[in-house]
Design a protein around this ligand. Structure first.
Ligand SMILES: Nc1ncnc2c1ncn2[C@@H]1O[C@H](COP(=O)(O)OP(=O)(O)OP(=O)(O)O)[C@@H](O)[C@H]1O
Ligand SMILES: [Mg+2]
Length: 240
C-alpha cells in the first residue's frame, strides 16, 4: 500500500455487541483501494454486522473503524452521513422498490439526501440504469420487472455515487453488497456479479457477502467469519 493513500476500509480490534449478544469481536481488517473481497461464513457469524460497520450504518462498541482515512468514531452523525453519501454505495438482498413507482424515479430518489435538483437526479438515474442494462425499462413499475432486473435497479441506485461527479463515472469508491445474488437464479446471479466485476474493473472497491462457494472462490480475496470472529483472510492480514 503506498504511504499517502489511506486504505478504503481499516478496522482495528472492532467489536459490536447488541445487548448481551456479541455479533462481532476483535475484527482487524484492511481493504485497499480497488480490491474485490468476498465475505463468507455461516448464518449468524457476523457478516452483515461487519458490512454495516464498513458502511458506517452502525458504530462499533469497541475498536476503531476508518473509512477512506476518516475515523468514524470521531465524526458527528451529520459528517458521517456526508462521508457515506460521498463514498459508499449499498446493495441489499431485499431492495424494496416502492409499489407503482416507475424505476427511474425510485433510483433517482437515491440522491434526495444530497439535495441534487430533480432533473439532474433523473439524468443520473437514467445513466445508471443504462449502465446496468435497463435503459429499456425506465418507466416500468416494480411488478413489471423480474427479480434479476429489480436487483440491477438496486445496483443502479448504489452506483449513482457522488452527485457532484467527484467520484467519477465509476460510481462510489466503496460498494458493499449483502447477498446480492441470494434470491436470484444462477443466470441472473451471473449478470449481477458481472456488474459488480465491471464496477471493480472501473476502480471501485467492492465487498460482497455471499453464501455461494463458487462465487466466493472466483473472487481475488476471501474473508471468512465464524462466531463473530475473522477466522480466515486469504490476504493473510486479518486472522487472529
Ligand atoms: N440488532 C440486533 N440485536 C441483537 N442481536 C443481533 C442484532 N443484529 C444481529 N444480531 C445477532 O448478531 C449475530 C450476527 O448477526 P449478522 O446479521 O451479522 O449475521 P450474518 O452472518 O449476516 O447472518 P446471515 O447469513 O443469516 O445473514 C447473530 O447472532 C444475530 O442474531
Ligand atoms: Mg446477514
Amino acid at each position: 500500500m503506498s504511504g499517502t493513500v489511506p486504505p478504503v476500509v481499516e478496522l482495528r480490534g472492532v467489536g459490536r455487541e447488541y445487548g448481551g449478544v456479541t455479533a462481532l469481536r476483535d475484527a482487524t481488517l484492511t481493504i485497499g483501494r480497488g480490491e474485490l473481497v468476498a465475505v463468507v461464513g455461516p448464518s449468524g457469524s457476523g457478516k452483515s454486522t461487519l458490512l454495516n460497520l464498513m458502511g458506517t450504518l452502525d458504530r462499533p462498541t469497541s475498536g476503531v473503524v476508518r473509512i477512506d482515512g476518516h475515523d468514524v468514531g470521531g465524526l458527528s452523525d451529520r459528517r458521517l452521513a456526508a462521508l457515506r453519501a460521498r463514498t459508499i454505495g449499498f446493495v441489499f438482498q431485499q431492495f424494496h422498490l416502492a409499489a407503482g413507482v416507475p424505476v427511474l424515479d425510485s433510483v433517482a430518489d437515491g440522491l434526495l439526501y444530497g439535495g441534487t435538483p430533480r432533473a439532474r437526479r433523473r439524468a443520473l438515474a437514467e445513466e445508471a440504469l443504462r449502465r446496468v442494462g435497463l435503459g429499456h425499462r425506465l418507466r416500468h413499475r416494480p411488478h413489471e420487472l423480474s427479480g434479476g432486473e429489480k436487483q440491477r435497479c438496486a445496483i443502479a441506485r448504489a452506483v449513482l455515487g457522488d452527485p457532484s461527479g467527484a467520484s467519477g463515472p465509476g460510481g462510489p469508491r466503496l460498494l458493499l453488497a449483502d447477498e446480492p445474488t441470494g434470491a436470484l437464479d444462477s443466470a441472473s446471479g451471473r449478470t449481477v456479479m458481472g456488474l459488480l466485476r465491471d464496477l471493480h474493473a472501473a476502480g471501485t472497491t467492492v465487498v460482497v457477502i455471499t453464501h455461494d462457494q463458487d462465487i466466493a472462490a472466483s473472487l481475488p480475496r476471501q474473508v471468512r467469519l465464524r462466531d463473530g470472529r475473522i477466522a480466515d483472510d486469504s490476504a493473510g492480514g486479518g486472522a487472529r
